[in-house]
Ligand binder design. Structure first.
Ligand SMILES: NC(=O)C1=CN([C@@H]2O[C@H](COP(=O)(O)OP(=O)(O)OC[C@H]3O[C@@H](n4cnc5c(N)ncnc54)[C@H](OP(=O)(O)O)[C@@H]3O)[C@@H](O)[C@H]2O)C=CC1
Ligand SMILES: O=C1Nc2ccccc2C1=O
Length: 277
């Protein structure tokens, strides 16, 4: 199952997060084997090359059925790569690390922390990468409302952002920002959908999970999908890969969803920079 982005490119309904996965080549290859089609990495994670290798090994082992066009490879430029010249250089490096993949499906600016001028210069380099064909689509991450409108209202805008990757879970719902993101035509990618595991054993999630005969993690991932987001749960545990992906055989009721919602809690699992200047 996939979702169509505003540039008509299809994006899988779920992806694998890869932060802090050291043996990413092995985990990513296995993830592709069990059915993941989107891999989320970043310059920050230091494992882009390994993620690319994992995907490439999967492509090579069955070239008839395993097709490059069915894979969605996502990476992100880190904060110190902002600025026109730095970003241009960084994009080339990103592609060189995964040269077997030929192109990057989605490139994100990791955060808005570097200020207006750096954000827009970075965007200029990113949209040139789309025009040259080495990147298929571009988006933002950790952007708040004002950063999104700054970009959409910029006179230099030629290629629109297709996603905003932000932390969203039942304990960090960001309803206003998610609604705003969608109203501006961007898809929400929900990072840390398992609250970085801090809340995975939550008692309400346990009640819902037991009622459906699934795991707590499956409930949290399903919650994200039913909200209309694309979750990117991370696991380095091979045995968890399949179950985290297997979230299409049950549906959470409106009562379940309400039980899980925590609209008055704001407990991000890591950095929270959506309101930076
Ligand atoms: N753009 C950005 O600024 C950010 C992007 N991200 C992206 O989002 C991804 C996901 O976020 P992340 O912070 O990793 O947190 P997640 O919410 O995905 O939680 C990951 C944690 O949950 C554990 N876990 C996974 N599956 C299960 C399961 N079935 N049962 C119990 N525990 C489980 C993992 O353990 P184990 O691995 O040991 O199985 C790990 O400790 C990142 O990997 C990254 O790709 C994340 C943060 C910021
Ligand atoms: O996955 C991530 N974990 C992080 C922690 C701090 C800053 C960025 C990130 C990520 O992108």
């Amino acid at each position: 199952m996939s979702i169509v982005l505003n540039n008509h490119i299809r994006i899988p309904f779920i992806g694998l997060g890869t932060y802090a996965i050291r043996n990413a080549e092995e985990v990513v290859e296995k993830a592709m084997d069990v059915g993941y089609r989107m891999i989320d990495t970043a310059v920050l994670y230091g494992n882009e090359r390994e993620c690319g290798q994992g995907i490439f090994k999967w492509l090579k082992k069955d070239p008839v059925h395993n097709k490059r066009e069915d894979v969605f490879y996502v990476t992100k430029l880190w904060n110190d790569q902002n600025g026109y010249e730095s970003a241009k250089r960084a994009i080339k490096e990103c592609l060189n690390k995964v040269s077997d993949l030929k192109y990057i499906d989605l490139l994100l600016i990791h955060s808005p922390t570097e200020g207006r001028q750096m954000r827009l210069e970075t965007w200029k380099a990113m949209q040139e990468a789309v025009e040259s064909g080495i990147v298929k689509s571009i988006g933002v991450s950790n952007y708040g409302e004002k950063h999104i409108d700054e970009l959409l209202n910029w006179e230099g805008l030629k290629v629109k952002p297709v996603v905003n990757e932000i932390e969203v879970s039942p304990w960090c719902m960001r309803q206003a920002l998610c609604d705003f993101t969608k109203s501006r035509g961007l898809q929400v990618i929900a990072y840390a959908p398992l609250s970085h595991a801090y809340r995975v054993d939550d008692p309400d999630a346990t009640i819902v999970a037991k009622a459906h005969g699934v795991t707590n993690a499956q409930v949290l991932i399903r919650w994200s999908i039913q909200k209309g987001y694309i979750p990117i749960p991370k696991t380095k545990t091979l045995s968890r890969l399949s179950s985290n992906l297997d979230v299409q055989s049950f549906t959470l009721s409106a009562t379940d969803m309400k039980r899980l919602d925590h609209p008055y809690v704001h407990d991000p699992s890591d950095w929270d920079v959506v309101n930076c200047p």
